[in-house]
Design a protein around this ligand. Structure first.
Ligand SMILES: [Zn+2]
Length: 248
């Protein structure tokens, strides 16, 4: 119950008030991420129902990180109220997908949504709240580093290029990190996969994320360029996953 008291903190109260201005007065419940095994290694995840906002957080991390994670998840909710676009799976294009393909489609959809929301979410986390931004991004960088370090791929097969497509998507996130953290993770990305890093960099220069319209246009560009990258590297079946992502 002590952990639930986090909700009383002024940063979180500030966001609850902002949600209230959008008539979102749903109950906010903080719970242990270990209760949902497939997310158990995540920092946090948010599930929403018409009456509740459930935020699952990782209690393995200290309280200053937990607080930043709660703010992060609530900011995702907040910007949806402001009309920022979302990525959904096209029903027609995914009709014949098997359970494994559905799993992959959902995974990509979730990451795509995160990528297009994070420039706004990170900006506000850094500038509008009195939270431990430095420690929070230290953890982010550690986790992303770990993601790169786990890589054992040798041959450049289809799966290799599918992972690079995901690196491009997730790589867009890094541009919104504070500069110290951004440099650390981008250096690792550039060293491991210079071509993919350059592709991501060229794509990023075409993007803007200041308002819902800019984010919508940027999301279309991201999708188009990731598909183009796949086509260039011989992915046709896998590109259907990206093609099934609709931006609304
Ligand atoms: Zn996020």
């Amino acid at each position: 119950m002590v952990k639930y008291m986090m909700i009383e903190r002024k940063n979180i109260q500030k966001l609850i008030n902002t949600l209230g201005e959008h008539s979102d007065t749903r109950e906010i419940i903080i719970d242990d991420i270990k209760k949902i095994p497939r997310y158990s290694s995540y920092l946090g995840v948010c599930k929403q129902t018409p009456v509740k906002i459930l935020i699952y957080i990782n209690y393995d991390y200290p309280e200053n990180i937990q607080e930043a994670v709660i703010i992060h998840e609530l900011l995702h909710v907040q910007i949806k109220h402001e009309g920022f676009p979302r990525v959904v799976i096209n029903e027609n294009k995914s009709r014949n997908a098997n359970p494994e393909a559905i799993r992959v489609l959902r995974y990509i959809r979730d990451h795509f949504n995160s990528t297009i929301e994070h420039p706004q979410v990170f900006y506000r986390e850094i500038n509008e709240f009195d939270i431990d931004v430095d420690s929070y991004f230290d953890v982010q960088v550690e986790r992303k580093k770990h993601r790169f370090e786990r890589r054992t791929e040798r041959k450049k097969d289809k799966n290799y290029y599918f992972l690079r497509q995901q690196d491009i998507l997730i790589g867009i996130d890094y541009y919104s990190y504070p500069s110290k953290h951004r440099k650390m993770i981008q250096k690792m990305f550039r060293n491991l996969y210079p071509e993919t890093y350059n592709y991501c960099n060229t794509l990023y220069r075409k993007l803007k994320f200041n308002n819902p319209n800019e984010v919508y246009t940027s999301a279309q560009k991201i999708k188009k360029d990731i598909i183009r990258y796949g086509r260039k590297n011989g992915l046709s079946e896998i590109n259907k996953i990206w093609d099934a992502m609709d931006i609304l």
